[in-house]
Design a binder for this molecule. Sequence first.
Ligand SMILES: C[S@@+](CC[C@H](N)C(=O)[O-])C[C@H]1O[C@@H](n2cnc3c(N)ncnc32)[C@H](O)[C@@H]1O
Length: 256
Amino acid sequence: MKEEKPKYGWYVRNLIIGFTIIGLIGSIIFVIGLYFDGILGIILICIGVVLMLMFLWPGIGMIALNLTIGDTLYLDKSMETLYKTESLQILDVGCGTGRTAIKVAKILQNGGHLTGIDVYEKMAIAGNSLDTVQMNARIEGVEDRTTFQYGSATDIPFDDRKFDIVNFSSVLHELHMEDGPEKALNEAYRVLKPGGYLYVSEWNRNSLLTIVFIGIFCFVFKPYKYWRNLIEKHGFQELSYQRFGGFGIFSALKNK
Ligand SMILES: C[S@@+](CC[C@H](N)C(=O)[O-])C[C@H]1O[C@@H](n2cnc3c(N)ncnc32)[C@H](O)[C@@H]1O
């Protein structure tokens, strides 16, 4: 019988397809421009170069990112000791298809439980749905210690002081609407127990690797200092910031 495999899906697959197609059209325009003399040739070459820089570069970069990321998403080292805590309650906000959430659930011990919530935005990940994350949890053998449901980062559907850890992996930058990250951090503070831990993973705009991967679209992301200020502004005490190439993870404490 064929072995069932989890489907974590490609990040921003539709965007990658669109970007790569436009970028390839740019490279065709560039080549055509080489065959024309005079102003027309120069205009075509310029249009081709702009389209390639704007779209082909991030298109190929995001393909490379998806191919290399696999299931090797990074976890903060300090989490590994916390997982031995008895009946640890973790909330993963914006869990998507469970790439991070299920990895965390796999190392949970002593009756710990992970709850994942998401609004399941389709653009974010191919196949992003509640059914997919539940199927992945079953295949990965963590169904008994995970619960997944619909829920928004800006209106977390749980009581105050319920969780020991709240995790946002590559989610806060997606909250485009005004004050989205602010509301999400207020909500994280509310649902965390005093002495609970906040983890925030985000791409850093000012990293060379981020620019290598997504070119001009690195401006979608904020510099890591922006997240540091926001986390502190919401009453958390920063414990550490670990860099993994263009990706960084903050760990912070909700003081008692
Ligand atoms: C880049 S994906 C990251 C998914 C997952 N955390 C991971 O590590 O693979 C961002 C996720 O945030 C979700 N998202 C976007 N806006 C949200 C919101 N307001 N509340 C909860 N989740 C949201 C998207 O649906 C998507 O699944």
